[in-house]
Structure formats: C-alpha cells, structure tokens
Ligand binder design. Structure first.
Ligand code: SF4
Length: 479
C-alpha cells in the first residue's frame, strides 16, 4: 500500500515512521509584540515534525485570529497573512496526521467558542481513549466537526465551565489517556500541558520578556531565545499577566519519552530532557560500531539523521567517515506516485550517490531504522549502481517489531518487516552483504535508563494501556 509522502530525512516515505506534530507558543504582555512572526519562525524550525498542514492562532488580548492550511509553513504563510495576524500571544502547529485524515478541517490549531470565550488548542501526540471520550461527549450533546483528538480536548475543557481555567484544564487533562504535549490558548493566557509519562517533549524558553513553549529546544536558537527548562511530565504551565506558574497532574509510576525522539525525530541541535540529540546519536554510533564484525573502507550516513551516528561509528571503528550520499534539500514534497518506476525515480531525485567516494569500496551505510525494508533496499541498490564493492547496512535502532499507538504513524504490525522476518531474512530482502542492528543494551548505554523511555516498538511493553476500539485496526492486523 502506498501512503502519503512527507518530507523528512527520508526518501521513500511509505517505508518510514512519520512523526506526529510540532507545537510552538509565545506570550508577551507588550501590546505591540508580533507573536505571529515569531510563531512563524518557530514553526519553520519545527517543520521536520510535520508537513501536512501548518497554522497559527494569535490573540491581541481580546480577540483571536487564525490562519491555517494544508502544506508547508513557507507555503501556508506569507508577509501579508502574517501582518493581518495581529496579537501578542500566539500558538502554532505543524501537523502530520496520526488521527483523523489530512483534511483541511483537521489542520491545527483548532479554535472554538465556548462559554469562557474563544479558545484554541494545538496538540502533539495521540490519545488512546479518544473514541470513548468522543462517544460520551456526543451522548451528552457535543457536536464534532473534525476527527482529531484536539476537538475532544476542547470539548472536555468546555464541559468544566463553572471551574476556574486552571481547574477546568486539570480536570479535562486528567481524563486524557495517551500522549499529549499540547498548547492551549485563551484570549489572555497561554497554557502548555505534557502528559504524565512525558511521551512527547516540550520545553520552556524566553525571548526578552516573552515566554515560549515549544516541542523542541532547537527553536530557541532559531529565534534568538533562551532555553529555560524542559516541561516536566504531568506539568501544566500557565503563562498570563501574573507570570508563569505550574500545576501538576497525579504522578504515574514511570516516565516514557519516545525513544525515537533521539533516534531520528528530533533535530540534532535539540536537547530533550537534558540530553543533546546529536550526542545521543553519536553514542549510538559508538555502540553500533562495537557490534559490527565486518571490514570496510568507508562509513557513510543516510542523510540527515544518519550523520551523527556515522560520526560516532567512524570514531569507534576507525573506518574513515565520508559523504557517499547527497540529499537534495530543496525537493520538498513529492506526491504519491502510482507506478513503481516513478517511485524509484523519486529516490534518485532526493538522494544521489557520490560515485568517486563509493567506487570499488567496501561501504558501511548507517541508517536510523528499517520499517518495511523497501527504502533500505533501494538505497543499497543505488550504492551498488554507483560502484560500491560491498554494502554493509548498520541500523542505529533494534528491529521494530511492534506498532505505535502514541502518535507515530508506524505500519500495522504485519507490515513491519522485523515482526515476521529474521535479521538474515531482512538482509537478503534488502540485498546487503551484512546487516547489523544496534541492540537494546547498546541503545540504552547511549541514552537514559530504560525506565525513562518508551521502547514499545522494540519490546511490545506499552507504558500506557491501549484502551480504545479506534486501535482495532492495529490489533486485528496483529493477529
Ligand atoms: S511505541 Fe514506539 S514510536 Fe510510539 S512512543 Fe513508544 S517508542 Fe515511540
């Protein structure tokens, strides 16, 4: 089955995991503050987290204004649109659809009028009890216009209209199960919430007197802001005229940051929960090199996420690092291409081999994951066509055997090649001379303790119970 393609560091995206979303919010008390422009720049820095749609909602303290559309940030906004979005508070969102389809109606942030006035929500993550919440709310009279988790969150908050805003948000979020690192905005308040397991990241920063909440810390250097700290799992941060204050949801027994934030979702210049992504990937490369038993003349990355890992691999193995594949950064989206021949051409448009580096060489190629195996096979084919004598595939994660329910668009289980094939079978399928995966010990050595990560893609130990019938498509496919 061919799936929508989306840009990231990858080539043929029907073979890749795709991440959920990126959120950015900014609050200033200065009435002349241009929240829209800074939100636009923040979303630009988060574009790698979603390319289906982009949107910004701003408030001048009285009214909310919104603009959103399908497409990349640079396509959705221009100078005229940003000038019309006047306000000192803003939230923005880049989306890759994980729940709901990629319809315009599902583009975020979602703004709605409720009894406490206008409210907007930008959500990153995936709830595992959306359907049961939606059915309950519909039975109680709510009407839904979209199929997103986000609208469920707005409705839950609206239900608690007699409570103060903090209490309404605490009560509403206490009902959510799953992953969420989301921003909520009223006409005069910016709120950030991170689920108690901390599956998706969120951090707090400052630009002069303005406060910022964002999915990743890489946005701060992009806009000249200062990183303050990570938002704690289960923390709700309120930013308004009185400054910044925190509330906390009931504690759970562990943290469960998605390990793929380190493996490839996040930008290497981001720090997540105190760990720099580039250094984590480099350490994965160090560990991966210890497991590689072959001999080679050169180690090359699949750009861009393989770069840091390949540097670490070269450092430990002593095999020289070089650039053997060039990514065309300016390709942007490619559209679904119906014929295999055209899809193969799509790889060559996005990625080109450097023949003079590869010809006659025994090549180690470093990639971050193998999902279905089709992308790896095509890359290896490219390298052999360019004259590589041997191609050894090294992967900076253990085999992916289980699907994700927390906001990552992995295949259903039967499409995950490692769920039904041995490593030797996968090696033969992708056409590599050898195939080395990082093992769990090496992965954890490179990062934080096991108890702080979600590793369910590798071991099937889901930290948050999967409750809803909307996940049946996965469960049925798994049988
Ligand atoms: S199941 Fe996999 S992709 Fe999903 S949050 Fe856990 S580790 Fe990340």
């Amino acid at each position: 089955m061919i799936k929508n393609e989306a840009v990231r560091d990858h080539l043929i995206l029907e073979d890749q995991q795709e991440e959920a979303c990126g959120v950015f919010g900014i609050y200033s008390n200065d009435p002349d503050f241009e929240a829209a422009t800074l939100t636009y720049l923040g979303l630009y820095a988060l574009q790698h987290r979603g390319q289906e749609s982009a949107g910004i909602v701003v408030s001048d303290g009285q009214h909310l204004a919104v603009h959103k559309n399908l497409g990349l940030v640079s396509h959705v906004f221009n100078r005229d649109i940003l000038e019309q979005l006047k306000g000192r508070i803003g939230i923005g969102h880049v989306r890759y659809s994980t729940t709901g389809s990629s319809l315009f109606a599902n583009a975020q942030p979602l703004a709605a009028r409720c009894s406490r006035g206008m409210m907007a929500v930008a959500h990153n993550g995936n709830l595992v009890n959306t359907e049961s919440l939606r059915i309950r709310l519909q039975n109680e009279g709510s009407v839904f216009q979209t199929t997103t988790d986000t609208e469920v969150i707005i409705n839950l908050i609206a239900r608690h209209s007699r409570d103060s805003l903090p209490n309404a948000i605490i009560k509403a979020t206490a009902e959510l199960k799953g992953s969420y690192s989301s921003l909520i905005m009223t006409k005069d308040t910016l709120i950030g919430v991170r689920d108690p397991y901390g599956v998706r990241p969120m951090c707090l920063g400052k630009l002069s007197n303005a406060y910022i909440l964002a999915s990743e810390s890489c946005v701060f250097s992009s806009i000249g802001a200062r990183f303050i700290r990570d938002v704690e799992p289960g923390e709700i941060i309120f930013i308004d005229n009185d400054g910044v204050r925190s509330y906390h949801l009931p504690k759970v027994n562990r943290r469960a940051l998605c390990v793929f934030e380190y493996i490839y979702f996040a930008r290497p210049d981001s720090n997540i929960d105190g760990i720099n992504v580039h250094l984590a990937r480099k350490a994965m490369g160090n560990e991966l090199a210890k497991l590689f038993k072959g001999e080679a003349d050169v180690v090359i990355p699949v750009p861009d996420t393989g770069v840091s890992t390949a540097v670490g691999f070269a450092e430990t193995s002593g095999i020289p690092y070089d650039i053997g594949l060039i990514k065309n950064t300016y390709v942007g989206r490619t559209f679904i291409q119906p014929h295999q021949e055209l899809r193969d051409l799509g790889v060559r448009i996005k990625l080109n081999p450097v023949e003079s580096v590869l010809r006659g060489k025994r090549v180690v190629i470093i990639d971050d994951t193998i999902v279905r195996g089709t992308t790896s096979g095509k890359i290896i084919h490219l390298l052999r066509d360019a004259g590589a004598k041997e191609v050894h595939m090294c992967v900076s994660a253990p085999p992916i055997t289980h699907p994700c329910y927390y906001g990552i668009d992995t295949s259903v289980r039967k499409e995950l090649i490692a769920s039904s094939h041995s490593i030797e079978e996968i090696r033969r399928y992708i056409g590599a001379d050898s195939l080395t995966y990082l093992n769990m010990e090496g992965l954890l050595q490179a990062m934080v303790p096991k108890e702080e990560l979600c590793l369910a893609c590798f071991n099937g130990e889901y930290p948050i119970e999967i409750q809803d019938e909307h996940n049946d498509k996965y469960l049925l496919e798994e049988r």
